[in-house]
Design a protein around this ligand. Structure first.
Ligand SMILES: Nc1ncnc2c1ncn2[C@@H]1O[C@H](COP(=O)(O)OP(=O)(O)OP(=O)(O)O)[C@@H](O)[C@H]1O
Ligand SMILES: [Mg+2]
Length: 270
Protein backbone atom coordinates (compact mmCIF):
# COMPACT_ATOMS: atom_id res chain seq x y z
CA UNK A 1 0.00 0.00 0.00
CA UNK A 2 1.35 3.43 -0.86
CA UNK A 3 2.00 6.03 1.79
CA UNK A 4 -0.91 8.19 2.90
CA UNK A 5 1.24 10.44 5.04
CA UNK A 6 4.88 11.27 4.46
CA UNK A 7 7.25 13.51 6.33
CA UNK A 8 10.25 13.94 4.08
CA UNK A 9 13.49 15.29 5.50
CA UNK A 10 11.42 17.51 7.78
CA UNK A 11 13.35 20.11 9.73
CA UNK A 12 12.89 23.15 11.93
CA UNK A 13 15.44 25.83 12.61
CA UNK A 14 14.73 28.87 14.74
CA UNK A 15 16.70 32.06 14.42
CA UNK A 16 17.91 33.04 17.87
CA UNK A 17 20.12 35.90 19.05
CA UNK A 18 22.95 33.41 19.46
CA UNK A 19 22.53 31.95 15.98
CA UNK A 20 20.45 29.26 14.32
CA UNK A 21 18.91 26.67 16.62
CA UNK A 22 18.36 23.45 14.70
CA UNK A 23 15.56 21.77 16.65
CA UNK A 24 14.46 19.06 14.22
CA UNK A 25 16.54 17.82 11.32
CA UNK A 26 15.86 15.05 8.82
CA UNK A 27 12.67 13.73 10.42
CA UNK A 28 11.41 10.98 8.12
CA UNK A 29 8.17 9.08 8.59
CA UNK A 30 5.75 7.27 6.32
CA UNK A 31 2.29 6.19 7.43
CA UNK A 32 -0.40 4.05 5.89
CA UNK A 33 -3.99 5.24 5.75
CA UNK A 34 -5.71 4.40 9.01
CA UNK A 35 -2.53 3.84 10.95
CA UNK A 36 -2.14 4.98 14.55
CA UNK A 37 1.35 6.16 15.44
CA UNK A 38 2.50 7.35 18.84
CA UNK A 39 5.54 9.60 19.10
CA UNK A 40 7.67 9.22 22.20
CA UNK A 41 10.73 11.18 23.22
CA UNK A 42 12.27 13.21 25.98
CA UNK A 43 10.88 16.57 26.98
CA UNK A 44 12.07 19.34 24.70
CA UNK A 45 13.33 17.06 21.94
CA UNK A 46 10.98 18.51 19.33
CA UNK A 47 7.83 16.37 19.31
CA UNK A 48 5.41 19.30 19.43
CA UNK A 49 7.51 21.07 16.83
CA UNK A 50 7.02 18.18 14.41
CA UNK A 51 3.30 17.93 15.14
CA UNK A 52 2.73 21.67 14.77
CA UNK A 53 4.51 21.66 11.41
CA UNK A 54 2.31 18.78 10.25
CA UNK A 55 -0.72 20.72 11.53
CA UNK A 56 0.36 23.72 9.48
CA UNK A 57 0.63 25.85 12.62
CA UNK A 58 4.39 26.21 12.52
CA UNK A 59 6.39 27.05 9.43
CA UNK A 60 8.45 24.22 7.96
CA UNK A 61 12.14 25.12 7.61
CA UNK A 62 13.29 22.20 5.47
CA UNK A 63 11.67 19.25 3.78
CA UNK A 64 7.97 18.68 3.27
CA UNK A 65 4.86 16.90 4.48
CA UNK A 66 2.60 15.08 2.05
CA UNK A 67 -0.91 14.06 3.09
CA UNK A 68 -3.10 12.08 0.72
CA UNK A 69 -0.98 13.09 -2.26
CA UNK A 70 -0.87 16.81 -1.51
CA UNK A 71 1.87 18.83 0.12
CA UNK A 72 0.54 20.62 3.16
CA UNK A 73 0.92 24.37 3.26
CA UNK A 74 -1.25 25.87 5.97
CA UNK A 75 -3.57 24.75 8.72
CA UNK A 76 -6.79 23.22 7.44
CA UNK A 77 -9.74 21.29 8.86
CA UNK A 78 -8.43 18.23 7.01
CA UNK A 79 -6.11 17.86 10.03
CA UNK A 80 -7.91 17.67 13.34
CA UNK A 81 -5.73 18.81 16.23
CA UNK A 82 -6.21 17.94 19.90
CA UNK A 83 -4.01 19.65 22.47
CA UNK A 84 -3.52 19.02 26.18
CA UNK A 85 -6.31 21.45 27.04
CA UNK A 86 -8.91 22.01 24.35
CA UNK A 87 -9.52 25.65 23.44
CA UNK A 88 -13.26 25.86 23.95
CA UNK A 89 -15.17 29.11 23.78
CA UNK A 90 -16.32 29.60 27.38
CA UNK A 91 -19.56 31.42 26.58
CA UNK A 92 -20.77 28.70 24.22
CA UNK A 93 -22.35 25.38 25.09
CA UNK A 94 -20.64 22.08 24.40
CA UNK A 95 -23.00 21.65 21.50
CA UNK A 96 -22.18 25.04 19.98
CA UNK A 97 -18.45 24.53 20.43
CA UNK A 98 -18.60 21.39 18.30
CA UNK A 99 -21.08 22.93 15.87
CA UNK A 100 -18.68 25.79 15.19
CA UNK A 101 -16.30 23.54 13.27
CA UNK A 102 -19.08 21.40 11.79
CA UNK A 103 -20.70 24.50 10.25
CA UNK A 104 -17.39 25.40 8.69
CA UNK A 105 -16.66 22.00 7.18
CA UNK A 106 -20.20 20.86 6.35
CA UNK A 107 -21.53 24.22 5.12
CA UNK A 108 -23.18 22.41 2.20
CA UNK A 109 -25.13 20.05 4.51
CA UNK A 110 -28.61 20.76 5.83
CA UNK A 111 -29.15 22.06 9.35
CA UNK A 112 -30.63 18.70 10.30
CA UNK A 113 -27.60 16.81 8.99
CA UNK A 114 -25.25 19.07 10.91
CA UNK A 115 -27.30 18.60 14.07
CA UNK A 116 -27.04 14.83 13.60
CA UNK A 117 -23.27 15.00 13.30
CA UNK A 118 -22.88 17.03 16.49
CA UNK A 119 -25.32 14.85 18.41
CA UNK A 120 -23.65 11.65 17.23
CA UNK A 121 -20.12 12.61 18.27
CA UNK A 122 -21.11 14.14 21.59
CA UNK A 123 -23.04 10.97 22.39
CA UNK A 124 -20.20 8.65 21.38
CA UNK A 125 -17.78 10.49 23.68
CA UNK A 126 -20.27 10.15 26.54
CA UNK A 127 -21.58 13.71 26.71
CA UNK A 128 -25.21 13.11 25.78
CA UNK A 129 -26.29 14.75 29.04
CA UNK A 130 -23.87 17.65 28.88
CA UNK A 131 -24.63 19.10 25.45
CA UNK A 132 -26.15 22.28 26.83
CA UNK A 133 -23.46 22.85 29.45
CA UNK A 134 -20.73 25.42 29.10
CA UNK A 135 -17.02 24.51 29.41
CA UNK A 136 -16.85 26.09 32.89
CA UNK A 137 -19.38 23.54 34.12
CA UNK A 138 -17.34 20.58 32.86
CA UNK A 139 -14.45 18.66 34.43
CA UNK A 140 -11.09 18.58 32.65
CA UNK A 141 -11.86 15.05 31.41
CA UNK A 142 -15.23 16.14 30.04
CA UNK A 143 -13.66 19.11 28.30
CA UNK A 144 -11.22 16.78 26.60
CA UNK A 145 -14.15 14.60 25.54
CA UNK A 146 -15.48 17.70 23.79
CA UNK A 147 -12.03 18.17 22.24
CA UNK A 148 -12.13 14.64 20.83
CA UNK A 149 -15.73 14.98 19.62
CA UNK A 150 -14.85 18.23 17.89
CA UNK A 151 -11.83 16.75 16.13
CA UNK A 152 -13.61 13.59 14.96
CA UNK A 153 -16.78 15.45 13.94
CA UNK A 154 -14.84 17.16 11.16
CA UNK A 155 -13.86 13.79 9.64
CA UNK A 156 -10.31 14.96 9.06
CA UNK A 157 -7.83 13.09 6.89
CA UNK A 158 -5.51 12.99 9.84
CA UNK A 159 -5.79 13.35 13.56
CA UNK A 160 -2.94 15.08 15.43
CA UNK A 161 -2.89 14.76 19.20
CA UNK A 162 -0.31 16.45 21.42
CA UNK A 163 -0.36 14.78 24.85
CA UNK A 164 -4.16 15.01 24.97
CA UNK A 165 -4.38 13.23 28.33
CA UNK A 166 -1.22 14.63 29.88
CA UNK A 167 -3.09 16.75 32.44
CA UNK A 168 -5.57 14.11 33.58
CA UNK A 169 -5.47 11.80 36.57
CA UNK A 170 -4.82 8.15 35.85
CA UNK A 171 -8.40 6.93 36.02
CA UNK A 172 -9.72 9.71 33.78
CA UNK A 173 -6.83 9.10 31.44
CA UNK A 174 -7.81 5.43 31.12
CA UNK A 175 -11.40 6.42 30.39
CA UNK A 176 -10.36 8.91 27.77
CA UNK A 177 -7.98 6.46 26.11
CA UNK A 178 -10.97 4.16 25.80
CA UNK A 179 -13.11 6.92 24.30
CA UNK A 180 -10.36 7.69 21.80
CA UNK A 181 -9.92 4.03 20.86
CA UNK A 182 -13.68 3.53 20.47
CA UNK A 183 -13.90 6.52 18.16
CA UNK A 184 -10.83 5.46 16.29
CA UNK A 185 -12.09 1.89 15.86
CA UNK A 186 -15.22 3.24 14.20
CA UNK A 187 -13.46 5.56 11.79
CA UNK A 188 -9.86 4.37 11.52
CA UNK A 189 -8.51 7.85 11.04
CA UNK A 190 -4.82 8.17 10.38
CA UNK A 191 -3.52 9.39 13.72
CA UNK A 192 -0.30 10.78 15.13
CA UNK A 193 -0.26 11.19 18.87
CA UNK A 194 2.49 12.51 21.11
CA UNK A 195 2.73 11.01 24.54
CA UNK A 196 5.14 10.69 27.45
CA UNK A 197 3.43 7.55 28.64
CA UNK A 198 4.97 4.27 27.48
CA UNK A 199 1.88 2.24 28.43
CA UNK A 200 -0.41 4.62 26.63
CA UNK A 201 1.72 4.33 23.50
CA UNK A 202 1.63 0.52 23.59
CA UNK A 203 -2.10 0.43 24.23
CA UNK A 204 -3.01 2.79 21.40
CA UNK A 205 -0.43 2.58 18.66
CA UNK A 206 0.26 0.37 15.68
CA UNK A 207 3.79 1.73 15.79
CA UNK A 208 5.68 3.76 18.35
CA UNK A 209 8.10 6.25 16.86
CA UNK A 210 10.85 7.27 19.22
CA UNK A 211 12.63 10.53 18.62
CA UNK A 212 16.24 11.16 19.43
CA UNK A 213 17.20 13.92 21.81
CA UNK A 214 17.62 17.37 20.35
CA UNK A 215 19.16 19.43 19.02
CA UNK A 216 18.58 18.21 15.48
CA UNK A 217 16.13 15.56 16.62
CA UNK A 218 14.86 12.93 14.22
CA UNK A 219 13.31 9.48 14.26
CA UNK A 220 15.51 7.17 16.28
CA UNK A 221 13.77 3.82 16.48
CA UNK A 222 10.38 2.50 15.52
CA UNK A 223 8.66 -0.32 17.41
CA UNK A 224 5.75 -2.19 15.82
CA UNK A 225 3.03 -3.02 18.31
CA UNK A 226 1.61 -6.21 16.99
CA UNK A 227 -1.52 -6.58 19.15
CA UNK A 228 -4.74 -7.31 17.34
CA UNK A 229 -7.65 -4.90 17.59
CA UNK A 230 -9.93 -4.18 19.29
CA UNK A 231 -7.61 -4.27 22.28
CA UNK A 232 -8.36 -5.11 25.85
CA UNK A 233 -6.10 -3.38 28.33
CA UNK A 234 -6.10 -6.23 30.83
CA UNK A 235 -5.42 -8.94 28.25
CA UNK A 236 -2.63 -6.86 26.75
CA UNK A 237 -0.88 -6.49 30.07
CA UNK A 238 -0.86 -10.24 30.56
CA UNK A 239 0.67 -10.83 27.14
CA UNK A 240 4.41 -11.58 27.24
CA UNK A 241 4.89 -9.27 24.25
CA UNK A 242 3.73 -6.37 26.41
CA UNK A 243 6.74 -6.64 28.66
CA UNK A 244 8.99 -6.94 25.65
CA UNK A 245 7.60 -3.76 24.03
CA UNK A 246 7.85 -1.93 27.32
CA UNK A 247 11.44 -2.97 27.70
CA UNK A 248 12.34 -1.79 24.22
CA UNK A 249 10.73 1.61 24.67
CA UNK A 250 12.11 2.22 28.13
CA UNK A 251 15.61 1.15 27.24
CA UNK A 252 15.61 3.53 24.28
CA UNK A 253 14.56 6.39 26.54
CA UNK A 254 16.96 5.43 29.32
CA UNK A 255 19.83 5.18 26.92
CA UNK A 256 19.08 8.73 25.84
CA UNK A 257 19.07 9.95 29.42
CA UNK A 258 22.43 8.34 29.95
CA UNK A 259 23.79 9.97 26.80
CA UNK A 260 22.37 13.33 27.84
CA UNK A 261 23.90 13.09 31.28
CA UNK A 262 27.29 12.24 29.96
CA UNK A 263 28.82 15.40 28.42
CA UNK A 264 31.46 13.56 26.46
CA UNK A 265 28.74 11.56 24.76
CA UNK A 266 26.38 14.43 24.08
CA UNK A 267 26.89 14.34 20.35
CA UNK A 268 25.96 10.66 20.28
CA UNK A 269 22.58 11.47 21.75
CA UNK A 270 21.47 13.45 18.74
N1 LIG B 1 10.42 30.02 19.05
C1 LIG B 1 11.43 29.25 19.42
N2 LIG B 1 12.71 29.68 19.31
C2 LIG B 1 13.74 28.90 19.67
N3 LIG B 1 13.61 27.66 20.17
C3 LIG B 1 12.37 27.17 20.33
C4 LIG B 1 11.21 27.94 19.96
N4 LIG B 1 10.12 27.19 20.21
C5 LIG B 1 10.57 26.03 20.70
N5 LIG B 1 11.91 26.01 20.79
C6 LIG B 1 12.75 24.90 21.28
O1 LIG B 1 12.48 23.75 20.53
C7 LIG B 1 12.73 22.60 21.32
C8 LIG B 1 11.65 21.57 21.09
O2 LIG B 1 10.43 22.04 21.62
P1 LIG B 1 9.11 21.15 21.57
O3 LIG B 1 8.03 21.94 22.23
O4 LIG B 1 8.88 20.69 20.18
O5 LIG B 1 9.53 19.90 22.47
P2 LIG B 1 8.66 18.66 22.95
O6 LIG B 1 9.39 17.44 22.54
O7 LIG B 1 7.26 18.80 22.49
O8 LIG B 1 8.74 18.81 24.54
P3 LIG B 1 7.67 18.40 25.67
O9 LIG B 1 7.72 16.92 25.75
O10 LIG B 1 8.19 19.05 26.90
O11 LIG B 1 6.34 18.91 25.24
C9 LIG B 1 12.87 23.06 22.76
O12 LIG B 1 14.20 22.95 23.13
C10 LIG B 1 12.44 24.51 22.71
O13 LIG B 1 13.18 25.27 23.61
MG1 LIG C 1 5.46 19.08 23.50
Amino acid sequence: MSAYFEAINLGKTYKTPSGDAVIVDGFELTMKKGEFVCVLGHSGCGKSTVLSMVAGLNEISTGSVILDGTEIEAASPDRGVVFQSPCLLPWMTTWDNVMLGVNQVYYHASKQERNQIVEYYLTVVGLADAMKKRPGELSAGMRQRVGLARAFALSPKMLLLDEPFGMLDKLTKFELQQVLLDLWNRERLTAMMITHDVDEAIYLADRVVMMTNGPAARVGEIVEIDFERPRDRRELMLDPRYIEYRKQLISFLEERVYLLDSPSNKTLAA
